[in-house]
Ligand binder design. Sequence first.
Ligand code: SF4
Length: 286
Amino acid sequence: MQVLRADEMGMCFGVRDALTTIGRVADPTAVTIHGELVHNPEVLAMLDRRGFHRADEARRGVPGTPVVLVTAHGVSDRERERLTAAGKQLLDTTCPLVQKAHAAAKELAAEGRRVVVIGRADHVEVRGLVEDLAAPIVVASEAEVLPWPERRLGVVSQTTTPVALARRIVARIRAENPHADVREIDTICGPTKARIEALAALLPRIDALVVVGGHGSNNTRQLVQRGEAAGLRTLHVEHAGELQPAWFVGCRVVGLTAGTSTLPRTIDEVASWLGRLESAPVRGSA
Ligand code: SF4
């Protein structure tokens, strides 16, 4: 069995820079990570071992530590003000591309547009985006698009939204709101686009696909959906320990990709497991 890696995969610069900042924290016990830093159980376990506190995903209440770390997903201005008013020092690791999405939403609102955010309402980044907006609309699918009364609409996307989905939703918004002037600002991040494009190039060359990443990771799930939509046997694992030889019976070429919060070490471990399988007798393995 041959293993082909996607040209672009795994950890993005936003997550890597956030982890670098975290790695420099001298006293983790004085810091609360405000929400899930990355959707990667291995990294979260490492943070727990170092002694960081973690707020729950809902990020309610005021953390007890003097320092609060804002994750790469970002928070609203309102949330920043709430924390600083409570005397907290903020350690900000918001990804610059998430900051651009916030700036785009504010620009559209300043033009007098009602802002439509493409994404899941419960996604932490979407919550940060909408909290500073008046009467925002959040849509996750074409079916959720309605005719709205406003004559000016603005559209942004959660940064890891699949490009094709965003295009379909924007087209539906225009079709359902012919009376409105609709302006879209593309806020889908470059690393996400690059990973999807690299996977698209890989799909015609493989018999099965292994996607490495957290089960709670939005962008990892999208990679899995792309493999499944192409009709491929697609396996989603968080680490090499979940792989089983029986899954690869009959495969000649397996593709490998990974979500943006997957550690390079985890990808290498999966690749090495698959590489060893290459020379192992596959048929009949348990
Ligand atoms: S996925 Fe994109 S927006 Fe999110 S942290 Fe990575 S680079 Fe930034």
